[in-house]
Design a protein around this ligand. Sequence first.
Ligand code: INI
Length: 182
Amino acid sequence: MAVFEGRLDRTKDLRFAIVTARFNDLITDKLLNACKDSLKRHGLDVSDESEQVDYAWVPGCFDMPVVAYRMALTRRYDAIICLGAVIKGQTPHFDYVSKKVSDGIAQVMMQTGVPVVFGVLTTDTMQQALERAGIKENKGWSFGMDAIEMASLVKTLPPLNLGDTSSLMTSEGKLLPDRPSF
Ligand code: INI
């Protein structure tokens, strides 16, 4: 029997990209700060000179999947963390944005094999978002830990058996993902 699980205490060789939405930056700045704090306290270098963590900014959550996809295709990162906040307003916009970002991020993960943390708050009110971004708790902290756990878990899984899908591989044996359909 084999049991596979991620570890939180071996972060020296991990690399992450954090993609943050500027929309609702009152919330996303707080998520990012807590996420960086969590990575730092688990031993990662999050400084401006860091070789371990890179940062990308997108206008809003809807724009995240394409940037996460490009980051994943670089094969530079063990996990990607997407941070955003979609807050319900008077129009159905919330539903379009929240569905697209959740579906898009799931697709990026499945089509590239790179873990992508869904660090997007979806709330009815700004108050609920604030409660999850610092007033009661800060989910940014756990999004950082989720990234470490998933990156570490994927590294421990048995090697891929690609069978007759070798046409999907590069000459180095890496999987070539299909184009995403989002
Ligand atoms: N983007 C968000 O990140 N959160 C929101 O709540 C939001 N709402 O409600 O409109 C939002 N919209 C912008 C969208 O993500 C894109 O940036 C924009 O449509 C340009 O592609």
